[in-house]
Design a protein around this ligand. Sequence first.
Ligand SMILES: Cc1cc2nc3c(=O)[nH]c(=O)nc-3n(C[C@H](O)[C@H](O)[C@H](O)COP(=O)(O)O)c2cc1C
Length: 333
Amino acid sequence: MDIDALTHPTDPQLATHALTEAAAAAGYAPSIHNTQPWWWRLTGNTLELRLSPTRILQVTDPDGRLATISCGVALHHARIALSAQGWHATVTRMPDRTDSELLARLHLDGRAPVDPASVVHLRTIPLRHTDRRPVTSTPVDPAGLAAITAAVETQDTHLHTLRPDQVLELAAATEHAQRSEAADPAWQAELAYWTGPARPAGTGIPDAAIPQRATRTTVPSRDFGHHGDLPVSAGHDRMAVFVMLYGTADEPLAWLRAGETLSAGWLTATEHDISVVPHSAPIEVIATRQAMRAMIASIGYPYLVLRLGSTDPADTGAAHTTRLPTEQIIDHA
Ligand SMILES: Cc1cc2nc3c(=O)[nH]c(=O)nc-3n(C[C@H](O)[C@H](O)[C@H](O)COP(=O)(O)O)c2cc1C
């Protein structure tokens, strides 16, 4: 760390610019149904990350687990943007017990040497996306899988690679979760809102990102209730690898940290030409979440299942989804 630079006062305009850029980079973060359930408050040298209650899926995600994980990804993207621009920031997670929507506070301490790994990640942020097409027939590179695992592993968050018998269990759990969710008209209405024409501008999942027909898979993909426009091959995703992100606690701080490690893992995967598709249906339903927990012998709590697959580097990939304009998610106090 460049202690000398840190001892120099920070130019307020430069700080505002850096924090605005960080919030803008965070806007590319993936989120459940592309709800982007975050907004930022910028005051002087401080950027606060806040949960946006109107963009939490009340039926699918009543505890805000998936929304908080999504915000954790956004937080990590913002941290990456700051260290790539040569800033040192102190992060305080859940700083106010009386304010559950305040997820984190980023305070700019001053200049620091540019972190080269963050520069690489910052370039990856706009390239990363969810590609729901079947994976290619090339096996996932073990070195890539090891890099993803290393990026995700922290003291509190871990990655478990499912064995073939566990993939079959996952398939059954996903099938069960999707069937029980689809039986609820309120759940169907919520899904239709975020994937249909009434979704708020700049949010939700467009038809361009939803397969035009059912894909051939062992583990069922998210049933969006309708087919989209995304062309898919007749290939089977038998070369996919399924991993489970899990950790030592099941509460908002743990979900936020899980999102941060999801960001680190997903950016690393993209840099290794490995596609990632989250599978959250088995986490959304209590019974199947417990079945997922049994898979890791109850040593932790499951946060998300991810399908990993090799991508063809020459393939431009599936369509990217839109985002809310930056000025709509930053409040300059
Ligand atoms: C916590 C979380 C859960 C998600 N669950 C699913 C899922 O079950 N199925 C799916 O196809 N995509 C899932 N996604 C991917 C989002 O739909 C996707 O990130 C969002 O639409 C934005 O698109 P992008 O990732 O291409 O930028 C999930 C993403 C997050 C962060």
